[in-house]
Design a protein around this ligand. Structure first.
Ligand code: PMP
Length: 354
């Protein structure tokens, strides 16, 4: 820390991204990336856009907003594209949270919510998950706070029913409810259809997972016109050119290739079923995930030990050190071949310990 850092940030603990190793080739099952390459159209459109890099990109993101809104069945002014969904979440904290509108979210959920709250000095309440890691919607009714709800949740992969999400949105009419749907395309139901019914609902989504574009950084918020206008005020006060030309073009490309996205989501869901069953046969308890990862605990080895032993064998998974999570690991659903390699490595570790 330099002697110049603002006193406001001296105790800030930043978000720790999953490992992105450069020294060794791993089977990477630690950051919930897609095992499939980006759509050919995304690559083609992005490379054409690279020829115009001397010009700023369109700050209104007009073509992309129109294309994405069309896919979601909403109007372009009900959408705001951002630099990854992390950015729309940050904008939401800036726009809708302060001392009078503290934040609330689950005690076990996406780690960035508490980092944004700390960065912005927004007070927040952690709402404990039930013992089985599920969310009780009644805990979120009438809170008088801005609510952040990951659905499916991370790192558990558990999803709330559309009725439960609506109960929470309806139960907080004077506060914004942000439903973070980063993983929704892998089997949960989206709340986007509710944005015309509730003016306090903001849904966030990402192109990082189901659309194989984590490296391009593209996310979005979907909500009523006034919420999106507020978020635009924030965007134009920070970085009007938040989406670069190539990412914008890649977004248009992948949206023109929806069958490719659907096919990849189906493949991930099938591989998730196969992996869940195989892990259960190997003595794991595995939560019923609706995401592109599973959250699993072995009866015969600790979470950290398994993580380290798999890393030795060239397979990276995600381990969390916190007390309630330390026996578990979060394992991204990769390709069939990657998951077979993971299962063989786990079998070998189990044999070694016998
Ligand atoms: N929400 C959740 C629940 C996530 O797990 C992630 C991925 N780390 C994000 C949002 C942000 O993803 P991105 O910025 O790549 O869109």
């Amino acid at each position: 820390m330099s002697r110049f850092l603002s006193g406001r940030h001296k105790s800030l603990v930043p978000y720790t991204p999953g490992e992105q190793p450069t020294q060794r080739q791993y089977i990477k099952l630690n950051t919930n990336e897609s095992p499939f390459p980006p759509s050919e159209k995304a690559v083609l459109f992005a490379s054409e856009a690279a020829r115009k890099l001397e010009l700023y990109p369109d700050p209104t993101c007009g073509a992309l907003h129109a294309a994405f809104a069309g896919r979601c069945g909403v109007e372009p002014h009900e959408v705001l594209m951002t630099n990854g969904s992390d950015e729309i979440l940050y904008f939401a904290f800036l726009a809708f949270c302060d001392d009078r509108h503290p934040a609330a979210f689950a005690d076990i959920t996406y780690g960035f919510y508490s980092v944004f709250a700390d960065l912005l000095h927004v007070p927040y309440t952690l709402i404990p998950l039930r013992d089985d890691f599920s969310i009780d919607p009644e805990d979120y009714v009438g809170l008088g706070k801005t609510i952040f709800l990951a659905n499916p949740n991370a790192p558990t992969g558990l999803a709330l029913s559309p009725d439960a999400v609506e109960r929470i949105v309806r139960g907080n009419p004077n506060n914004v409810v942000v439903v973070d749907e980063a993983y929704v395309d892998f089997g949960a139901e989206s709340a986007v259809g509710l944005i015309h019914k509730y003016d306090n609902l903001l849904v966030t989504q990402t192109f990082s997972k189901s659309r194989s574009m984590a490296g391009a950084r593209l996310g979005c918020g979907i909500g009523c016109k006034d919420l999106i206008a507020d978020l635009n005020t924030i965007k134009y006060s920070i970085n009007p050119y938040n989406i670069n030309r190539m990412t914008m073009a890649a977004g248009l490309g992948v949206l023109a290739d929806e069958e490719y996205t659907r096919q990849n989501c189906r493949a991930v869901a099938e591989t998730r079923t196969m992996t869940t069953e195989a892990l259960r046969q190997l003595g794991f308890s595995v939560l019923d995930s609706k995401a592109n990862f599973v959250f699993a605990k072995a009866g015969w080895i600790g979470g950290k030990d398994l993580y380290l032993k798999l890393k030795d064998r060239g397979v990276l998974i995600r381990h969390f050190e916190t007390p309630r999570l330390k026996d578990y690991n979060r394992i991204t659903i990769g390709s069939r071949e990657q998951m077979r390699a993971l299962l063989l490595a786990i079998e070998a570790i189990r044999e070694e310990l016998k």
